[in-house]
Design a protein around this ligand. Structure first.
Ligand code: BTN
Length: 324
């Protein structure tokens, strides 16, 4: 964020609930009122809706739905995550792109966002439907100083953060289906794909990728997943500003990520339990090679799903959950 329009935008976002006078902005940035006016015109041309009222000043009333640094960074309350945002109009997969950057030494916290993925990847070798301009497809580079056996906890961290974000921002009934699918009103609206590079004793990096169905309408989903999927817009009944959602999610992930670094595994898993829509139900877990049905009674300290099957307890560590 360097130029004057960006600085003015930051001020307007900070004082969004009131008017900011041109003089106050000019004083705070050390520029003339004419320069303020010019920068406001540039912002308006970029799609920002800025009201101006005589003797009161300027007020931001609407922002364009762009997922870039300029929209996400102002007001972002994180210390590490999102300090650098790379926005691509099109990429095969943000996870693949971020992983190459990480190998080349990109620091922790960088976020890669794409408007469109041509080969978005999901869990269990599936593809992730990634039409342009509607959703969030992003990957964060993390370098936690934890042993590789602790790294899988990051998917629980992200799932908790995602559910909390959607519940708090939109008051929607969002919950987590084991291990890390976000369901809203019972339908899948987001997924998380984490990929790790590690040595025996050390995590080199983790790519935390997430796809959130934000503004997809029913017809945007392919037929085969239409009935099982949803978007924030469909559940809320209105379009959602993606940058605001992204900003809040980054803040929530950072909070939970710092807990993970502090070794607060039990707290994270407890929070996951409280947001789970899987525990307490009869489920069928399917993987490529096997299928298991049982009562989802708990998760173990590693995040494995504990199933009660004919009075015995069995733990599964991967697979897809369906309700029965
Ligand atoms: C799932 O199967 O539920 C996980 C989906 C993860 C999709 C996201 S979109 C951004 C990132 N890049 C990818 O190729 N996949 C993840």
């Amino acid at each position: 964020m360097s130029n004057q329009s960006d600085k003015i935008l930051s001020l307007l976002i900070k004082h969004r609930d009131s008017y900011t006078s041109g003089q106050a902005m000019a004083d705070s940035l050390g520029i003339t009122r004419a320069a303020i006016w010019k920068a406001i015109e540039i912002l308006r041309a970029d799609g920002y809706d800025i009201e101006s009222v005589k003797a009161k000043g300027y007020r931001l009333v609407g922002v364009p739905d762009i997922l870039g640094e300029r929209e996400i960074l102002p007001g972002l309350r994180t210390t590490v995550l999102g300090k650098r945002i790379i926005r691509l109009s099109e990429v095969d997969s943000t996870n693949t792109y971020a992983s190459k950057l990480a190998v080349d030494g990109e620091p922790e916290g960088t976020v890669v966002i794409a408007e469109h993925q041509t080969a978005g990847r999901g869990r269990l070798g599936r593809k992730w439907v990634s039409p342009p301009g509607l959703n969030i497809y992003a990957s964060i580079i993390l370098r936690p100083k934890v042993p590789p056996r602790d790294a899988p906890l990051i998917t629980f961290v992200a799932a908790v953060a995602l559910a909390r974000t959607v519940r708090e921002l939109y008051k929607l009934d969002a919950g987590i289906k084991w291990p890390n699918d976000l369901l809203i009103n019972g339908r899948k609206s987001a997924g998380i794909l984490t990929e790790m590079s590690a040595e025996p004793e050390l995590v080199r990096h983790i790519i935390l990728g997430f796809g959130i169905n934000v503004n997809m309408s029913r017809d945007d989903f392919p037929e085969e997943i239409k009935d099982l999927s949803t978007s924030v817009m469909l559940e809320l009944g209105r379009k959602v500003n993606r940058a605001e959602l992204m900003r809040r999610f980054l803040e929530e992930i950072e909070k939970s990520y710092l807990m993970m670094i502090d070794g607060k595994r039990a707290e994270i898993l407890n929070e996951w339990r409280s947001l789970s829509v899987t525990l307490g139900h009869n489920v069928r877990v399917t993987s490529l090679a096997w299928e298991k049905a049982g009562f989802a009674s708990d998760i173990d300290p590693e995040g494995g799903l504990i199933l009660e099957v004919d009075g015995r307890y069995e733990t599964v560590t991967s697979g897809d959950v369906g309700f029965i």
